[in-house]
Design a protein around this ligand. Structure first.
Ligand code: C5P
Length: 224
């Protein structure tokens, strides 16, 4: 196994996918299972870290030795992450956060009508990863020393990933191609980690734990 090179480090990980309520029974969601975030949590604990896992709609049991905070929407995830990073060394945002939410949640179940339905009006959610990067840039606490994100892309993976890393002000961004059998709900993942300094680390297809350990190698190096 790996050394306890994260001993005493406080880490925050977000996992899963947010749900944005339309009415009491419906939501806008995504296909994130939470498996990658949970693999990050397990591997971090194995390397000695103190982990807070902010889990959005994940149907997985709590990993041993991890503080789990369960949330539903992007706004709830933001509150939980901002609270958890208050005394944290690093954050890894592995959750798929909805970019938009319905502007209003209907209090009662929307009825089927004979005519075309009303459109669902969307408003922007805060970009939590970008907000953490901006807080750090401005020296506005709380923010962790190391900030990492994930980005699923369907095309121009590296160029889009690089632009996203810069825009969000993070230290590293794990980009992976989606749209094939990889990633969602599977135990395997393949990715490229883009670093703020311009380098990239290719991670061949393998267990999500292996990808997680590479992320922690890079985070541990930045914290050292
Ligand atoms: O912009 P995109 O969703 O591709 O970026 C992915 C990264 O940004 C992930 O790390 C995700 O957790 C984070 N994110 C966020 N808040 C949002 C949207 C994405 O923190 N509203």
């Amino acid at each position: 196994g790996r050394p306890a090179d994260l001993a005493g480090r406080r880490l925050v990980i977000s996992a899963g996918g947010t749900r944005e309520a339309i009415d009491p029974v419906r939501f806008i969601g995504n296909r994130s299972s939470g498996l990658q975030g949970y693999a990050l949590a397990r591997t971090a604990v194995a390397r000695g870290a103190e982990v807070t896992l902010v889990a959005a709609n994940v149907a997985l049991p709590d990993p041993a030795g991890v503080k789990v905070v369960r949330v539903t929407s992007a706004l709830e995830l933001r509150d939980a992450v901002l609270e958890a990073v208050e005394d944290a060394d690093a954050v890894v945002m592995a959750a798929a956060v909805a970019d938009f939410r319905p502007s209003a949640r209907s209090g009662s179940k929307i009825k089927k009508t004979a005519d075309e339905p009303d459109a669902i009006h969307l408003v922007k959610n805060p970009d939590i990863l970008a907000e953490l990067g901006e807080r750090r840039r401005a020296g506005l606490k709380p923010y962790p020393r190391v900030i990492a994100g994930f980005a699923a892309e369907t095309d121009d993976v590296l160029a889009n990933g690089r632009a996203k890393l810069t825009r969000k002000g993070c230290d590293l961004l794990v980009v992976n191609q989606v749209g094939d059998d990889l990633a969602f709900g599977t135990p395997d993942n393949a990715a490229v980690v883009l670093l703020a300094e311009g380098e990239q680390v290719d991670i061949p297809r393998g267990p999500k734990e292996a990808l997680a350990d590479v992320v922690w190698d890079l985070v541990a190096a930045r914290l050292a």
